[in-house]
Design a protein around this ligand. Structure first.
Ligand code: FAQ
Length: 311
């Protein structure tokens, strides 16, 4: 069963201690963190693409400046998270190689297209809203570097969510056509946003062990429920309709009943067969290949400087 080291480790977790990079940890704990933090970092980087697509077409200079800042934040989040993963003994190049070869995942949500400006509102409101719901508890995750990264990231995510909701408010107070665009964006992003929390608890292979290690704090279904409960009144305030006939207030549980997303679609998307998987991964691989001359230049410069130092 558990070795004496593993027992002592679990006791530290149970006492609420943070685990730091140089400390002993079970191999499974390290592997799970590399998987989750790496996937999270990749999501931030790939997550720049759907919004980056609209920076040049923002309707005003102010909207453009806001969106630009948000997308830059996402790059920063990706970099903090890669650094956090590197403290576990994996290099950034290796993580990127695993992403580019399709061996590591990123969030399913970024495999859906952003068709128009209303989608920028829906992404900020729903996608960042879901991201925060998942990340606020992760500020208390057991691995020190991940938990500290989450504190800063959550502050920036709340700005992202507000800017998205602000776009939705503006569009819903606009012409009937603009309000219809906002409704259409909600219709398309609702179920993919629910999928961000991962499969239902009965299909979540990692939850039990990750929660015992306090890598995860809540189950997927708990966070999905909290997200629906937070988002329904926000939709009502906008005068928009959540695309779910089964949505109903449940007095007993003090929350909303809602329809599950189409899980077969979810599993297709995470297997690489979503609407934009090939395009998203293709863009990242191209960026890596296009940067080869720069990496080579840096290496040549470092080698020259090293040779000069030795001489
Ligand atoms: N997409 O056993 P579980 C953002 C995979 S926020 C793709 O339940 P776990 C900010 C899972 O990896 C988005 N794959 O897994 C932003 C596993 O497969 P594996 C990123 C998914 O890890 C906003 C399998 O399914 N946030 O980027 C998904 O315990 C706007 C079984 O699932 C994070 O990554 C999915 N949705 O729970 C940026 C948060 N769900 O690895 C730009 C940190 C599950 O064995 C614009 N991560 N899978 O091959 C987590 O909290 C967890 O990893 C979960 C999944 C909750 C996502």
């Amino acid at each position: 069963e558990m070795s004496p080291e593993e027992i002592a480790f679990q006791e530290r977790i149970d006492r609420g201690e943070k685990i730091e990079p140089k400390e002993w940890m079970p191999e499974g704990y390290r592997k799970t963190l590399v998987r989750q933090i790496g996937q999270h970092a990749h999501s931030e980087i790939v997550g720049q693409l759907p919004e980056g697509n609209w920076i040049t077409r923002a309707p005003t200079l102010e909207r453009k400046a806001i969106l630009l800042a948000k997308v830059q934040d996402e790059a920063g989040h990706g970099l903090y998270l890669y650094s956090a993963a590197e403290t576990l003994g994996v290099s950034r190049d290796e993580l990127l190689e695993r992403l580019h070869s399709g061996n590591m995942k990123y969030s399913s949500i970024f495999n859906y297209p952003t068709l128009n400006w209303a989608d920028m509102g829906a992404v900020g409101w729903l996608v960042d809203g879901a991201a925060i719901m998942n990340q606020v508890p992760l500020q208390r995750t057991s691995y020190g570097p991940y938990s500290r990264a989450m504190i800063r990231i959550c502050k920036e995510e709340s700005f992202h969510q507000r800017q998205g909701y602000d776009i939705m408010m503006k569009m819903c107070a606009g012409t009937p056509e603009q309000k219809a665009m906002a409704q259409d964006a909600l219709n398309r992003f609702w179920y993919p946003s629910l999928m961000m929390f991962g499969p239902s608890d009965k299909d979540s292979v990692h939850s039990a062990q990750s929660m015992a290690w306090k890598i995860k704090i809540n189950t997927n279904d708990e966070l999905r429920q909290k997200f629906v409960d937070q988002t329904v009144p926000q939709a009502q305030y906008l005068g928009l309709t959540i695309p779910d006939e089964n949505l109903a207030w449940n007095e007993e549980k003090g929350g909303w009943d809602f329809s599950e997303p189409d899980w077969s679609e979810f599993f297709e998307v995470i297997a690489g067969n979503g609407p934009c998987n090939a395009e998203r991964l293709g863009a990242r691989v191209k960026a890596w290949d296009d940067g080869a001359w720069f990496r080579e230049g840096l290496m040549a410069h470092a080698e020259k400087a090293e040779a000069a130092r030795r001489a």
